[in-house]
Design a protein around this ligand. Structure first.
Ligand SMILES: Cc1ncc(COP(=O)(O)O)c(C=O)c1O
Length: 474
């Protein structure tokens, strides 16, 4: 496929100048994979429509069109899983069980690793928290975690013995501090994110796994952000547990996953007590099943698991260099463009982060403007969707000096360089011309005043009534 002669019909001046910077940029001008909603038109508050620039992949990525086509293909066969002798039930069961193998391959799992389907990353981490090793009725150690974690990888550990440490200014010092904390003993699980959902910085999971093991602990990696952006090989990296969500991995149909060593999982408290999780149930006692079934009580989400597995196959088939060049080109363009605007600060946790070790997430703020107001302005006046708030990482935002939040642009396979260019132009316009409309706070969120834009008739909420962003308000 030739990329050298590609010109986008919507190529802006910024894209044209960016195009001159390197060979890889033309590839970045267009999506790397087709996603649903790519040509969605967003209504503008001052009238007219514009292509929706989705810069919120980090919250929930759009479905790959291959995945939504696969969903339609298997839907006619949808039936009960593990519970029926009928043709469709057999097929549904086969699809569901085979999804485990596909996901295991995707993460480089060991042959005996359990693959448990859950609702999402949060669910997976809560499940693991219920399985921490208990000896003689007491937890046999503490969970250690950094203060940079998403609440999903922080709150489940507060219900068990735990210890937290504050990340240092540099990644190298932070790793050294983790070593020191582990060397004091008593830790049985190190819980760490693969990539920060706030800044996109990647953590060295192989190195951290080696440290954990050196001091007799295990490691769980929250790959909610990492898995959609980087290949992961848990056997090679010696990671014990890995969790991620389908809705961030281009399969927004309600499944997440926990992959990892079976011993704790087979001994742990069943995540959902109920049908399917038992060997034998009596009126007032039960023998629990082992294996994934132990934690998957109730009818499983076969379509969620199957589509998640299908998405992993598409991602596994990406050309590694093309994938990273696409992401790096958009990120570099966005960071450089934002940094040239007066009053914009791009935030990161560590001063020594190698830009190559960042995923498609850029965090920034604009001096003098509330992040929520900027997000509302970009949506209403430019048709750009991004996230504002505290990103369910309150301790980190506080330490970064952003107690009232910031803005996060995130992108992925369906993104175009033009999306970043539009964001830069929108922020520049705000800086030079100010707001073009009045905005008010409604249910904790900034929204345009007198918003008369129409929504599809099947969308029951009128604009401005959707409530506050999760984790953004006090
Ligand atoms: C790093 C990280 N961990 C965990 C989560 C929670 O994911 P979910 O909402 O799918 O449970 C998120 C979601 O934003 C995240 O970014």
């Amino acid at each position: 496929m030739s990329t050298a002669t590609f010109t986008s019909p919507a190529l802006s001046q910024n894209d044209e100048s960016a195009q001159q910077h390197g060979e890889s940029l033309p590839r970045a001008l267009r999506p790397l994979a087709a996603v649903t909603g790519a040509e969605l038109r967003a209504p503008l508050i001052q009238g007219g429509h514009v292509r929706y620039a989705n810069l919120d992949y980090g919250a929930s990525a759009p479905a790959l069109t291959v995945v939504s086509a696969y969903l339609n293909e298997i839907l006619p066969y949808y039936a009960s899983v593990h519970r029926g002798a009928g043709y469709a039930s057999q097929i549904s069961t086969s699809v569901y069980e085979n999804a485990r193998n596909i996901v295991r391959d995707f993460v480089g799992g060991r042959p005996d690793d359990s693959v448990i389907f859950t609702r999402n990353t949060t669910d997976s981490l809560n499940l693991l928290a219920g399985c921490l090793a208990v000896e003689h009725g007491k937890h046999s150690g503490e969970v250690l975690y950094l203060d940079i974690e998403h609440h999903a990888n922080l709150l489940p550990w507060q219900g068990v013995p735990h210890r937290s440490i504050v990340a240092a200014d540099t990644l190298s010092e932070t790793v050294a501090n983790v070593r020191t904390a582990l060397s004091h003993g008593g830790v049985n699980l190190l819980a760490v994110t693969g990539a920060s959902n706030v800044t996109g910085e990647i953590l060295p999971i192989g190195e951290l796994a080696a440290l954990a093991h050196e001091f007799g602990a295990r490691i769980v990696v929250d790959a909610a952000q990492l898995a959609p952006h980087r290949r992961i090989d848990i056997a090679a990296a010696d990671v014990d547990y890995l969790v991620f969500s389908g809705h961030k991995l281009y399969a927004p149909f309600g499944a997440g996953v926990l992959v990892g060593r079976p011993d704790w999982l087979d001994a742990g408290t069943p995540h959902l007590a109920g049908g399917g999780a038992v060997r034998e149930a009596r009126l007032d006692s039960v023998s629990w099943a082992t294996g994934p079934a132990r934690h998957e009580g109730g009818s499983p989400n076969v379509l969620g698991a199957a589509t998640l597995a299908r998405a992993t196959q598409v991602i596994a088939g990406l050309d590694h260099d093309e994938w990273h060049a696409h992401e790096a080109a958009i990120r570099t363009h966005l960071v450089e463009g934002l940094q040239q605007i007066d009053g914009v600060t791009v935030h990161q946790i560590f001063s020594d982060t190698d830009p190559r070790d960042t995923i498609g997430v850029v965090n920034f703020s604009l001096q003098g403007y509330d992040a929520g107001l900027v997000a509302a302005y970009l949506a209403a006046e430019h048709g750009i969707g991004l996230r504002d708030g505290r990103f369910c990482a309150h301790p980190l935002l506080k330490r970064l000096g952003l107690p009232s939040g910031s803005l996060r642009a995130s992108f992925g396979l369906g993104s175009r360089l033009e999306d970043a260019t539009r964001l830069i132009a929108g922020i520049k316009a705000l800086q030079s011309d100010g707001l073009g409309w009045d905005y008010v706070v409604d249910a904790g969120r900034w929204v345009p005043a007198n918003d008369h834009r129409s929504y599809p008739e099947w969308a029951p909420n009128t604009p401005g009534t959707a409530g506050a962003a999760p984790c953004s308000t006090d």
